[in-house]
Design a binder for this molecule. Structure first.
Ligand code: ADP
Length: 463
């Protein structure tokens, strides 16, 4: 099939979270299955000519090739995209995000015709590319080039919807008929995600559990009604993991490579991490790692509630992340109180992330909700045991057999589960077996890519 991806981030070009990992890996898995894929991204400041060997195709578009022959196109418009961050800065979201991403969506559709690539499917991801299905079925509907092009819309996190004031609606170039509750209005605001949901041919999310959860009031963030109405078009496909990047046997960021056959070498990565993080180098103390956005969604509210008690246990905690200022402050205070227990790293750092996945004993991921989650999949591959709240993709991938799971979202339950992990860590032989079991789980992209192909085929058959 011919497939075009539209997304706002992709490894190795630009990343803030799991979306980038997915868009970096899935096209290559599809290419392995003999499909023809292109990707269209905004050209952010981080995407440098020399680093990525870009070539120019249009005055405002350049491209590079990844995999065997996947062309990745970059839409340029410096006033919108040549900034330090993707979506916002310390002051919050960029004020012109509607201008930025509506421009990106419209230009992406135009580009397909200009390069004469007529896809059977445009695969869109999250609200930033949510206007692609809207424009396709409205602004581009009269152009025969786009006849028969179908869309799949993947929701990676329904908590982010692209909400804007109603008086910006005229910027979109769409009929005001679409600004009502059936289409793109949400409590008097423009809701871009909703537009994507209404106008795409099929929808999916990134785990089976999450595809059900978002149809409920508790997890739907107001989209539950519209999703329930489209439930026959809504599917769940778990993300795979790119094992060429996340593999302790070949990871070039870590101090010592290891595999399930020489697991004792993992201790060298632990010592290295302790040293880098200025924690006492002691193998017998269980080391907990966190690599995460610092947001309530990721469980930082219950972690905040339990942190004083956690720090009094015999353990160490390495945290890597950025996010809500209130958690920066809170964790900073805790680190000052317990410098021998907590190492806080308030930054985005790919290299340190790899070292944490390899060097920790336990990976802490108590997300309140989690569409799929990659941290737990990565940590399993490194024999680092995930400790999670039973929700969404975490519930689909972590069980008692490969991790620690609690099913009541509270600071008390989190603390209790951490205590039991500390206790189990001291039973060395059992712990070794647990690590070995964890490392045997395989969430390769191959299986998930095959499921995406089935969805693409289904979408292509839609009237
Ligand atoms: P999200 O909801 O943020 O997308 P996921 O678990 O799906 O969460 O994916 C997060 C991805 O981003 C993982 O690859 C994780 O290792 C990475 N990541 C998150 N925060 C950081 C950070 N501060 N530094 C480096 N990598 C990070």
């Amino acid at each position: 099939m011919k497939i075009a991806f539209c997304a706002s981030e992709m490894v190795p070009f630009a990343k803030t979270g799991g979306l980038a990992d997915v868009v970096g890996a899935l096209p290559q898995a599809l290419e392995e299955l003999k499909h023809e894929v292109i990707v269209i991204l905004p050209r952010y400041k981080s995407i440098q000519d020399t680093k990525f060997k870009l070539e120019r195709v249009k005055q405002d578009v350049s491209y590079t090739v990844i995999g065997k022959n996947i062309k990745v196109y970059f839409i340029e418009r410096d006033e919108y995209f040549a900034r330090d961050n993707l979506y916002g800065d310390k002051a919050g979201d960029y004020k012109d995000n509607l201008d930025r991403f509506s421009y990106y969506c419209k230009r992406s559709l135009g580009l397909l015709k200009e390069i004469n690539f007529k896809p059977q499917i445009i695969h869109c991801h999250d609200w930033q590319s949510g206007l692609v299905p809207v424009y396709l079925k409205n602004l581009f509907v009269k152009d025969s080039f786009y006849k028969g092009v179908r869309t799949l819309f993947t929701i990676h996190n329904i908590g982010y919807q692209g909400l804007f004031p109603r008086d910006e609606f005229s910027k979109l170039g769409l009929s005001w008929d679409l600004f009502n509750m059936e289409y793109m209005e949400f409590f008097d605001k423009i809701n871009i995600l909703k537009g994507g949901i209404v106008f795409c041919d099929l929808i999916n999310t990134v785990s089976n559990a999450y595809s059900k959860e978002i149809q409920t009031k508790e997890f739907g963030f107001g989209m539950e009604g519209i999703l329930s109405r489209r439930k026959d078009s809504l599917f769940g496909i778990i993300n795979g993991l790119d094992y060429s990047i996340w593999n302790p046997e070949s990871d070039s960021y870590i101090a010592k490579n290891y595999s399930v056959k020489n697991l004792n070498e993992k201790a060298r990565d632990k010592a290295d991490l302790q040293k880098i993080c200025k924690l006492p180098v002691k193998n017998e103390i269980p080391l907990f790692g966190i690599v995460s956005r610092l947001a309530e969604q990721k469980g930082f509210d219950i972690l905040a509630g339990a942190i004083q008690d956690i720090c009094k246990l015999k353990l160490q905690l390495v945290i890597l992340g950025t996010g809500d200022q209130k958690y920066h402050v809170l964790l900073d205070d805790i680190t000052k109180q317990y410098p021998e227990v907590v190492s806080l790293n308030l930054k985005f750092d790919d290299s340190l992330a790899h070292k944490i996945y390899a060097g920790s004993d336990i990976f802490l991921m108590p997300s309140k909700y989690e569409p799929c989650g990659l941290g737990q999949l990565i940590s399993l591959s490194y024999g680092t045991i995930p400790l999670v709240f039973k929700t969404g993709g975490l519930a689909d991938t972590v069980t008692k057999a490969n991790g620690f799971v609690f099913d009541k979202y509270s600071a008390e339950e989190l603390l209790k589960t951490i205590k039991s992990a500390v206790k189990e860590f001291s039973a060395e032989k059992k712990w070794q077996q647990l690590m070995q079991r964890a490392m045997q789980y395989n969430f390769s992209w191959e299986e998930s890519a095959k499921k995406y192909v089935q969805l693409y085929e289904k979408a292509a058959r839609q009237k």
